[in-house]
Design a protein around this ligand. Structure first.
Ligand code: NAG
Ligand code: NAG
Length: 403
């Protein structure tokens, strides 16, 4: 009997020290906080706050829509934006990528990309609705073409890839803009008209925002712009986004991370913390892989502060104990503090913070203590009367530590 409990004790200690994931490719840095967990799988999430609820749009067949009362969930799938295939006559029309939805002049607009891996034959499509609900949207087809299609030969469409749209309405001028891109020649911003078509469509007055001049691979994409006086911020994802199981894990730091630069003008130049221009390969990492748990965060967006709540940075990431397939990507988010005008993700509120034992460790530790008490009892070192209260007290102590 003693041997069995001792064996139990040894096994407990073994499981308590073993980590579920052991890859050297995942940074264990604590420089970035853990995410608040959205409790929903989402790659390239886009979130809109409307009517006291959150709506989440993500890449997927016909553009899936979810709704939740809080960012933490519970997220309910309520349908899709498109009723059918996208009307953009290109490949992969069934499964648009990286949608972005905005409420503009009493109408909802959904920009989406039609593309495929490694191809520049892409388009930014647009759908609109006077209600946000699935079943009410009209698809208007392509707004921007690259590779083939109307106007794909003009600058900057002739040097870019029409993916990852983002919408920005300048709060200072109320002018609307579309950002997109890209790999290839980086990320551009195009002025829109009031009904969200391209202003001056044959000669768009494009601003080049992000570019990596010296390297053959230019893995910048998934941009987003927000404004917090006095700065405009350009956010983007940099590095390998996905296909980790097919292509293998890149060296640490080459996977997706969330980067940024700022400017006092919506037209730039945007510079990072070291004053390096984003057109010169600059970009301060604001959020990257961390704690050996969070891998390749990107595909981000910002929810600008409402009332007393701070701005929210949301994104997808891979939880190393869930998996690395595209469908495994999880929604995560953090409040933002601005320090000297630079955004800093805030750690989740203390409940369940990284300093406290996880429930798994607590359970194992509890089991170990019970084994120990039982062994002591069995060897006659403590009396029958004190065994049960002791176990009870230990359980209470652990429950208290947890909270
Ligand atoms: C793109 O278009 C611009 C303006 O017409 C032109 O100067 C440039 O050479 C073109 N680039 C490519 C790669 O076709
Ligand atoms: C990762 O997933 C595990 C298992 O579902 C969960 O316990 C843990 O809290 C998650 N961590 C993060 C940072 O998502």
């Amino acid at each position: 009997m003693v041997h069995i409990t001792l064996l139990g004790l040894v096994l407990c200690l073994y499981f308590a020290t073993a980590t579920p994931f052991n890859s050297n490719t995942v940074s264990k840095t604590t420089d970035y906080p853990l995410p608040n967990q959205g409790h929903v799988a989402a790659h390239d999430p886009n979130i809109l706050r409307y009517d006291n609820q959150y709506y989440l749009f993500k890449g997927g067949v016909k553009i899936p829509v979810f709704r939740a009362p809080e960012l933490d969930g519970p997220w309910e799938r309520i349908g899709t934006v498109l009723d059918d295939l996208s009307t953009v006559p290109k490949q992969n029309r069934r499964r648009p990528w990286a949608p972005t939805v905005t409420y503009w002049r009493n109408r909802f607009y959904c920009f989406y990309s039609i593309s495929k891996n490694g191809a520049r034959n892409s388009a930014i499509g647009l759908a609109s609705s006077d209600s946000i609900e699935p079943g009410t949207w009209t698809d208007h087809g392509a707004l921007i073409n690259t590779g083939t299609g109307p106007l794909s030969n003009i600058y900057p469409y002739n040097v870019t890839n029409a993916i990852d749209p983002a919408f920005f309405a300048d709060p200072q001028t109320e002018s609307p803009y579309l950002q997109y891109g890209s790999y290839w020649d980086g990320i551009f911003q195009i002025p829109l008209t009031d009904d969200l078509s391209i202003e001056n469509p044959t000669h768009p007055d494009a601003d080049h925002l992000v570019y990596i001049p010296d390297e053959k691979r230019k893995p910048s994409e998934g941009s987003f712009m927000n404004y917090r006086a006095p700065y405009y911020y350009v956010w983007f994802s940099h590095g390998q986004c996905c296909r980790f199981e097919q292509e293998g894990f890149p060296t640490e730091g080459k996977e997706y991370s969330i980067r940024l630069g700022r400017s006092e003008s919506v037209h730039g130049p945007f510079v990072d913390r070291e004053s390096k221009d984003l057109l010169d390969g600059g970009g301060t990492v604001i959020y990257g892989s961390n704690h050996g748990k969070v891998y390749a965060p990107g595909g981000l967006g910002i929810l600008s502060s409402s009332g007393d709540d701070p701005d929210v940075l949301y994104y997808h990431y891979h939880n190393t104990s869930i998996g690395f397939a595209q469908g495994d990507a999880q929604l995560g988010w953090n409040y933002l503090d601005y320090v000297d005008g630079w955004p800093v993700p805030r750690a989740p509120a203390s409940r369940g913070s990284n300093l406290q034992p996880t429930s798994y460790l607590t359970f194992v530790a509890l089991l170990c203590m019970c084994c120990l008490v039982y062994t002591l009892h069995y060897k006659g070192l403590i009396g029958r009367k004190s065994t049960i209260p002791l176990v009870f007290l230990i359980a209470l102590a652990f429950l208290w530590i947890q909270h």
